[in-house]
Ligand binder design. Structure first.
Ligand SMILES: [Zn+2]
Length: 408
């Protein structure tokens, strides 16, 4: 049996007036996803327990069969795993965005999609300031690790003598949930929040007149005004996917935290040239990589960030375009490959809803569609939030879905 899981990140939405009361998924032309729904089953599942943030980290862990209350320690540890960074028992990883804040308003949580080179240079200056001027007693414990573009990490290397000041009670806010809003209520709270807030505040001085920002402003780009620290956690320990479910899987994604989840569940990652995690991603290249991977692996998981990015920008037309591209260039060719293989199962489902109206992730049910060998069709004719809600299949615990997909 061959398996494919396709995750159009954040694709679930609500009816939009400008679309005649349809959701982007309903408005998009998606014949292949509709075919999966028509030949198989649809339903709703909840990957975002109400007491946890409605982030991709929690929702994707859930979707892949892991109860986040047991296995989720924070977003940043997943991203550290993606980079091959090992966390010791006293270490914490903290997500470090480069952002643009003006007049206390979160103008851009990506600092205008700052380049990796520029981000690396800014973080080196911040590291220098931290090492030379701040927290002499913690020297060497704080370590900025450049990632990709605005997505970077801060590590806190603790020890039993000098444990990190954070705990499960430390509260932080994702900067993409504060676009166009005042950040005054969004600073960290709880144990260790003083340190995080001080680093965020001190970064303003380091970045203000930095050569990188002078060049960006001269080029008409937004400067990176601050680091924004959030999503922190200690080292997680997950049983492997193959151990739990059987199939040997592989992940295709352009997003670090999905790479991290893959690393922690024991899946290799295939890096695809042209996969950007944005609307300009090379959809067809991802499909070619997925099709080739099925020769070697039992299960391929293709994650596409574009619908979520369009939602964060509040652009429903771009979201529709992304969904149509996914359907035509990924779902179609992959389905053809699976059907040629003989026994197969395919699952299409997003991790969480992201509303174009609010530009935010939200808690709530997402639509799923499963077809393939041994799946008896229900009455659904297409893949959408409405069809899924009408089906009667409702998984309150998203982590039950994988049992149903693999074994059911
Ligand atoms: Zn997501």
């Amino acid at each position: 049996m061959k398996y494919a899981i396709i995750i159009p990140d954040g694709c679930a939405d609500e009816p939009i007036e400008a679309l005649g009361g349809r959701t982007p998924l309903e408005a998009a032309r998606t014949p292949h996803m509709d075919r999966i729904a028509a030949e198989g089953i649809v339903g709703l599942s909840n990957n975002t327990p109400s007491h946890l943030p409605a982030g991709s980290e929690v929702a994707n862990l859930c979707l892949l069969g892991y109860d986040p209350d047991r296995y989720f320690t924070g977003r940043a540890p997943l991203e550290a795993a993606a980079q091959g960074i090992e966390l010791g028992p006293h270490d914490w990883a903290i997500r470090c965005n480069l952002v643009t804040i003006r007049d206390q308003t979160m103008v851009d949580f990506t600092a205008d999609h700052i380049s990796t080179e520029e981000a690396t240079e800014l973080l080196a200056s911040l590291q220098k300031m931290v090492d030379e001027e701040m927290f002499a007693e913690q020297n060497g414990q704080l370590q900025f690790v450049p990632g990709v573009s605005y997505r970077n990490l801060l590590l806190y290397r603790g020890s039993s003598e000098q444990p990190a000041p954070f705990s499960k009670e430390t509260r932080t806010h994702a900067p993409h949930d504060w676009t166009d809003l005042s950040v005054l209520d969004a600073f960290p709270r709880g144990p260790g929040s003083g340190l995080l807030t001080e680093l965020m505040t001190r970064s303003v001085e380091v970045f203000e007149d930095h050569p990188v920002n002078r060049r960006r402003i001269a080029a008409g780009k937004r400067p990176a005004t601050n680091v924004w620290l959030w999503g922190l956690g200690g080292a997680p320990a997950l049983p492997s996917f193959a151990e739990r479910y059987g199939p040997r899987g592989v992940m295709i994604t352009a997003v670090d935290l999905l790479r991290g989840i893959a690393a922690l569940v024991g899946w290799p990652r295939i890096e695809v040239e042209g996969a950007t995690g944005y609307l300009d991603t090379d959809y067809a290249a991802k499909a070619r990589a997925a099709i080739a991977a099925l020769d070697e692996y039992d299960l391929v998981c293709v994650h596409i960030e574009a619908p979520d990015e369009a939602s964060h920008e509040g652009r429903h037309e771009a979201k529709i375009e992304a969904l149509e591209q996914i359907d035509e260039k990924i779902v179609g060719p992959l389905l053809e490959r699976l059907q040629a293989a003989g026994d197969y199962r395919v699952l299409v489902t997003p991790d969480h809803p992201t509303f174009c109206s609010t530009k935010k992730h939200t808690h709530g049910m997402v639509p799923l569609a499963i077809s393939g060998s041994g799946v008896t069709a229900d009455s659904a004719t297409g893949y959408s939030e409405r069809e899924a809600a009408a089906s009667g299949l409702r998984l309150e615990h998203g982590w039950d879905l994988m049992d149903r997909f693999i074994k059911g």
